[in-house]
Design a protein around this ligand. Structure first.
Ligand code: PMP
Length: 403
């Protein structure tokens, strides 16, 4: 068996592939779905008469906020439209919290002796990079099929006032594809926290990114937190990066009225107003909730077969040598194998680029060395098939070599 695995690997290397499964980027065909945006807007006049070409309207156009409010579960008046990147909004909210006390805080986070964020794992590496940049300590929390292990979360937030934040990708999570259960969301809303200024960074990046006709439903954290007297606990984020154009979409920040006031107070020092032409373009193009749903179905038609292909090849090639997720939405498949770092290194040597093993964990350290994040959306079906077949060869080789 070892000889077969080694021969298959030698064949793979000989093919001189150059394939990339690293980042969850939309494919050119997906971007083509939004090409009409490039001809819009037909009018630079907003519904309230605002001239979209000029400065002003820091919160963003009401018609765009109203369009997205139900999709991201934030009342339109509590929603702010940002630039092309929700990650930038997350980064900047952390900076604002470091420099200006968040509602309910005794002081600025920068004055705290230590700041800790809970990080459900596997999670999104760019969240962890933000924490690393600002010296925020990260504590991993295991994911279950229902979302983060809430027994662990409740214990940690109650015991330690340095725990000021928690990253969550609550729907079709990056990378596990899990949608938090109603009970998980309710417990997040209701739990007792030692820090009065604790915040959940609710990164709803995949709110409308379904791969099936029966979308997952996510409970409304913001409303539930308010019901439990914790309205200020939640910062909501979303964007159209994977709805329209990844580099030229619009992003959203949402929260309680106090949080929105605090956020706008800070951003008013940064900008005289956002790109309203892009906002108008998005309203004209997407129109309403039904327009977004129809557009997302076209995305699903393009990427659904890619997810199916990965599942098929892994089933055929790896059987019970590995486990992997079959997500109902989002952009990633999470593959679990023994000796993940070595598998990734072997794949790299064979011309198949994967996200570094460990990237799904704080500080790049996956203690079990098991998780590999697969991003199947960008390559064409042929390339994807070659890449996953090649990856399977590497998994087999490492399994044989390591016994
Ligand atoms: N959050 C998550 C969970 C993501 O997966 C991504 C993109 N990979 C982002 C945020 C980035 O979003 P944006 O393009 O709006 O900055």
């Amino acid at each position: 068996m070892l000889v077969t695995a080694q021969r298959d690997y030698a064949d793979l290397v000989q093919r001189g592939l150059s394939l990339d499964l690293t980042r969850g980027k939309p494919s050119p065909r997906q971007l083509d779905l939004s090409n009409d945006l490039l001809k819009l807007p037909t009018s630079y006049q907003a519904a309230d008469g605002t001239d979209g070409r000029n400065y002003g309207n820091l919160q963003g156009l009401a018609e765009l906020r109203e369009l997205f409010a139900p999709l991201v579960q934030v009342p339109a008046e509590q929603l702010v439209v940002g630039g092309n990147s929700s990650l930038a909004l997350m980064h900047d909210t952390v900076v604002h919290a470091l420099l200006t006390p968040v509602p309910g805080a005794a002081r600025r986070w920068v004055e705290e002796p230590e700041i800790t964020f809970l990080c459900p794992v596997p999670g999104y590496d760019r969240h962890f990079t933000i924490c690393e940049r600002f010296g925020i300590k990260m504590v991993p929390v295991p994911m279950t099929a229902e979302g983060p292990d809430m027994d662990v979360v409740e214990r940690l937030v109650a015991a330690d006032a340095s725990v000021k934040g928690m990253w969550c990708v609550p729907k079709y999570s990056n990378p596990s594809g899990i949608t938090y259960s109603d009970e998980t969301v309710r417990r997040l809303a209701a739990m007792r926290t030692a820090a009065p200024d604790f915040r959940i960074f609710w990164d709803n990046a995949y709110a409308v990114h379904h791969l099936t006709d029966t979308p997952d439903e996510l409970a409304d954290l913001l409303a539930l937190a308010a019901e439990h007297g914790n309205a200020d606990r939640v910062f909501v984020y979303a964007s159209t990066s994977k709805v329209t154009l990844a580099g030229s979409g619009v992003s959203f920040f949402g929260g309680s009225p106090a949080n929105v006031k605090w956020f706008l107070h800070n951003t008013s020092k940064q900008s005289i107003g956002p790109d309203k032409i892009n906002q108008l373009r998005h309203v004209e193009f997407l129109r309403d909730g039904a327009g977004v749903a129809a557009h997302m179905r076209r995305h699903a038609e393009l990427i659904g077969p890619k997810f199916e292909l990965v599942d098929k090849v892994l089933t055929e090639r790896l059987g019970d040598l590995a486990t992997w997720t079959s997500p109902r939405g989002g952009y990633f498949i999470s593959l679990e194998v023994p000796h993940a770092a070595e598998v990734v290194a072997r794949a790299k040597a064979a011309g198949i680029a994967l996200t570094p093993a460990g990237a799904t964990h704080p500080y790049g350290k996956d203690p079990d060395d098991r998780v590999i994040r697969i991003a199947p959306t960008y390559p064409g079906l042929d390339e994807l098939e070659q890449a996953i077949n090649g990856l399977a060869v590497c998994v087999r080789l490492v399994a044989e070599e390591r016994g």
